[in-house]
Design a protein around this ligand. Structure first.
Ligand SMILES: Nc1ncnc2c1ncn2[C@@H]1O[C@H](COP(=O)(O)OP(=O)(O)OP(=O)(O)O)[C@@H](O)[C@H]1O
Ligand SMILES: [Mg+2]
Length: 247
C-alpha cells in the first residue's frame, strides 16, 4: 500500500531550552500509510506532530511534504501547512458558529471557495462522519464524540494530503471513543495518510501499517503492529506495553 514517501523527517532535532525533546528523528510516512505513535508521557509525541506541521520550529534536520521541504516561515509555509490537517484532543471548534459553519470556515477564508460550494462539500463531509442531521447545531449541543467527528470533517474540508491526530479520543467518555475510531478506520480504508498519536491499541493493531514507539525524544522502535505487540525488542517498549495492556 505504501507508495512513495509523503512525509519525510531526516535528522530532526528540537530543543526546549536545554531539553532535547526530539533527538535525531528519522521517520517516513508513505502515501496512504497509517502510522501510530505511542510512548510514555513526555516522550515527545505531541511535539513530533506539531513539528511535522511546523507549528514548532526545529533546530536541525529536514522535513519534506510530498517532496517539498517545509519552508521556515511565511506564505509558502502557510500553504504547505494547510496540506496537513490536525485533529487534537480538545476539539477546538468555534463555539459561536454552527457545525456547518465550522466545517466551511477554512475553505472559505483560506482557499476562497465560494460559500455555496463550501456548504455543499461541508454537508457531504458531515454525512461521511455520520452527522448530516446535526449541521445547524452549535458545538455545545453535541456530545464529545460528535464534536470530535466535526473536527475531523473540518480537517477534511481542506482536502489535506495527510491528517495528524494527537490523542483524538483521550478526552472522550468511553462510550464515545468507538464512534470516533470508526470514522478514523474508515478514513484509513479510504487511503488517507494518517499519523495518529493514541493509546488505543485496538486501533493500532487493526488500522496501522506501522507502530512507532518513542521514549525520551527518540524513536526506539518503528515496526509492523503485529511484530511490535507480540515481540517488542526494547526494554522500554516491553515495560510500556506491560503497563498499558493491563487496563
Ligand atoms: N512549549 C513547551 N515548552 C517547554 N517544554 C515543553 C513544551 N512543550 C512540551 N515540552 C516538554 O517537552 C517534552 C515532550 O512533550 P510532549 O508534549 O511532546 O510529550 P508527549 O509525548 O506528547 O506527552 P503526553 O503523552 O503527556 O501527551 C516534555 O518533557 C514536555 O514537558
Ligand atoms: Mg502529547
Amino acid at each position: 500500500m505504501a507508495g512513495e514517501a509523503l512525509i519525510e523527517l531526516r535528522g530532526v532535532n528540537k530543543y526546549y531550552g536545554k531539553l532535547h525533546v526530539l533527538q535525531d528523528i528519522d521517520l517516513t510516512v508513505g502515501r496512504g500509510e497509517v502510522v501510530v505513535i505511542i510512548g510514555p508521557s513526555g516522550s515527545g509525541k505531541s511535539t513530533l506532530c506539531r513539528t511535522i506541521n511546523r507549528l514548532e520550529t526545529i533546530e536541525s534536520g529536514t522535513i519534506t511534504l510530498d517532496g517539498t521541504p517545509l519552508p521556515d516561515e511565511g506564505r509558502a509555509l502557510a500553504e504547505l501547512r494547510a496540506e496537513v490537517g490536525m485533529v487534537f484532543q480538545s476539539f477546538n471548534l468555534f463555539a459561536h458558529k454552527t457545525v456547518l459553519a465550522n466545517v466551511m470556515l477554512a475553505p472559505v477564508k483560506v482557499r476562497k471557495v465560494k460559500k455555496e460550494d463550501a456548504a455543499r462539500r461541508a454537508r457531504e463531509l458531515l454525512d461521511r462522519v455520520g452527522l448530516a442531521s446535526q449541521a445547524e447545531k452549535y458545538p455545545a449541543q453535541l456530545s464529545g464524540g460528535q464534536q470530535q467527528r466535526v473536527a475531523i470533517a473540518r480537517a477534511l474540508a481542506m482536502d489535506p494530503l495527510a491528517l495528524l491526530f494527537d490523542e483524538p479520543t483521550s478526552a472522550l467518555d468511553p462510550e464515545m471513543i468507538n464512534e470516533v475510531l470508526e470514522v478514523m478506520q474508515q478514513l484509513a480504508r479510504d487511503g488517507m495518510t494518517m499519523v495518529v498519536v493514541t493509546h488505543e491499541m485496538g486501533f493500532a493493531r487493526s488500522a496501522a501499517n506501522r507502530v512507532v514507539f518513542m521514549a525520551d525524544g527518540r524513536i526506539i522502535e518503528d515496526r509492523a503492529p503485529e511484530d511490535f505487540f507480540t515481540a517488542p525488542r526494547s526494554d522500554r517498549a516491553k515495560d510500556f506495553l506491560s503497563k498499558i495492556l493491563k487496563h
